[in-house]
Design a protein around this ligand. Structure first.
Ligand code: NAD
Length: 484
């Protein structure tokens, strides 16, 4: 299957923090891939802007080696990397001072789409927004892209929204949650709203519960000191897992239009019930397998920050009143896997003697690895031995279904950066959505802080603390196994 590529108008994209990890690992390789796909018009430009002193030529050298480091040989070739690099420029800039801003102003053309990607620490967002605006580098059509974390609680998120709103309208602000750029996540909407099959069953009468799992094998090594001020709730649940929950739970929007979709997501967040302390399990990984434990990684022997969290969320509306959403995410777990599992209720009556006859259907949407969808259905076990039943997966791996090079699923950043250029905000978080998510998360965090709760320890390469199992056992349910 040949993927369709819709060209965009010529653009200038400025990446603040252009020498940083995110720019080198994700943003520039993604732009290169779009360039190769023919989506970047010939005279478009990518302008790295960062504190480091470098010429454009030296910057291109950096980006060339980033391509080699972060793109597999199958995804790049030397000649097209050189072609792409002709579009790349560099400006040395001080976000909080005067250096470089005149150079940037000279470089950025005002007669075309321009976008400014803030791939820097959030403490610099305000200074950059102010300078772009006050020095006339950005105009009323410009777009700004801001990375996570968007605040650390409701108050800081509100302040950040207010700061950005001083210089840019909401239509100009693109708050990235890269989970929304993942193909399977977008597919969730296609599956729900482009098929008649699921939507009639998509409610508490037919869905028993939902499990959302984002498991990582890595620890926090390298960025432990930062992570220790955040934790899994702020770093993953308030944003990524929340977005997944919204896409599962939202009502059908009237149109696939940015505000229509985001209005529906916002309603879900506002309908979330407060989470009871007994419905939260937090954990910290221990040392093992030759690696340090969380507290050593965090350089904080008394840390109470969680590297794992599992919780049970409820949505107080007609569609979901009796369907819990169990969320869990953690580091140093057994496997790197992200999935959403929708457990349907059991058939009300089994006509078969086989006890298997009463099993539930499960729809599993795998985000990684091996993106795809899997529906567990009951069939008759083959053979003459009577009517025995067995559960089999109807399995669709996108890599297999989408053609010979199915592994060529675009990276989330490819999609999102191009959406910024296209001016499509559907897959970006609106300011009120982010604030509503913090308004839900804040009391949960404040609760465990006030109680002085300590996270449970868990062995690395497991599925997390034992107590997390109880969260479901208590309700007569079981987590899906965490495995590759
Ligand atoms: P980094 O530390 O690797 O890079 C920071 C960049 O900012 C560098 O290019 C540096 O030169 C520039 N910079 C710092 N101070 C500056 C100043 N005063 N003026 C101009 N430039 C300055 O950081 P990163 O990992 O690339 O992260 C950037 C942003 O993206 C952060 O907000 C981070 O939270 C977010 N983010 C990163 C990742 C990731 O995987 N790295 C993932 C999600 C979000």
């Amino acid at each position: 299957m040949v993927s369709r590529t819709i060209p965009v108008d010529p653009f200038d994209l400025v990446i603040f923090g252009g020498t940083g990890d995110l720019a080198r690992r994700k943003i520039l390789p993604s732009l290169y891939r779009r360039y190769v796909a023919g989506q970047m018009p010939p005279d478009s430009r990518v302008i790295g802007a960062a504190r480091t002193e470098a010429t454009s030529e030296e910057y291109r050298d950096q980006i060339r080696s980033a391509m080699e480091e972060f793109l597999s040989p199958a995804k790049r070739d030397a000649a097209s990397v050189e072609d792409f690099l002709r579009h790349v420029h560099y400006v040395q800039i001080d976000a909080t001072g005067d250096t470089g801003w005149d150079d940037l102003k000279t470089l950025v053309r005002q007669d075309r789409i321009n976008a400014f990607y803030f791939s820097v620490a959030p403490s610099l967002f305000g200074a950059i927004a102010e300078r772009l605006h006050d020095r006339g580098i950005a105009n009323a059509e410009s777009r700004i892209v801001v990375e996570k974390p968007f605040g650390k609680d409701l108050e800081t998120a509100r302040k950040l929204n207010a700061t950005l709103a001083t210089y840019f309208t909401e239509q100009q602000i693109y708050r990235i949650d890269h989970y929304l750029g993942k193909e399977t996540v977008q597919n969730l909407m296609a599956i729900r709203f482009a098929n008649i099959l699921f939507e009639p069953l998509w409610k508490t009468e037919y869905i028993d519960h939902v499990q959302i799992t984002v498991a990582e094998t890595v620890g926090v090594d390298g960025r432990g000191a930062y992570y220790d001020t955040s934790g899994a709730m702020r770093d993953m649940v308030q944003n990524h897992l929340m977005q997944l929950l919204c896409l599962i739970a939202m009502e059908p929007p009237y149109h696939f239009d940015p505000d229509a979709v985001r209005d529906e997501k916002l309603k879900v967040i506002r309908a979330l019930e407060p989470v009871r302390p007994e419905d939260i399990v937090r954990g910290q990984y221990l040392a093992g397998g030759g690696k340090q434990g969380y507290r050593e990684d965090a350089e904080n022997p008394d840390s109470r920050t969680e590297s794992y969290i599992a919780l049970k969320a409820g949505i107080a509306n007609w569609r979901w009143k009796n369907t819990p959403f169990y969320l869990r995410t953690g580091k140093r777990l057994r496997a790197r896997t992200s999935e959403i599992a929708v457990f349907f209720r059991r058939p009300p009556h089994s006509i078969f003697d086989d006890p298997e006859g009463g099993r539930e259907n499960v729809l599993v949407i795998r985000l990684q690895p091996n993106e795809g969808i899997n529906l567990k259905v009951m069939i008759k076990e083959p053979g003459p031995g009577g009517m025995r039943l067995t559960q089999v997966p109807l399995d669709m791996s996108f890599a297999q279904a989408l053609g010979p090079d199915g592994s060529d699923i675009p990276d989330a950043y490819e999609r999102l950066v191009m959406d910024v250029i296209r001016g499509n905000q559907t897959l970006f978080m609106r300011g009120d959505e982010v604030e509503a998510a913090w308004a839900w998360a804040d009391p949960i965090i404040q609760g465990w802080e006030a109680r002085g709760d300590r996270p449970h320890s868990y062995e690395p390469a497991t599925s997390g603390p034992e107590d997390a199992l109880m969260l479901l056992h208590r309700d007569g349910r079981r987590w899906r196994e965490i495995k590759e």
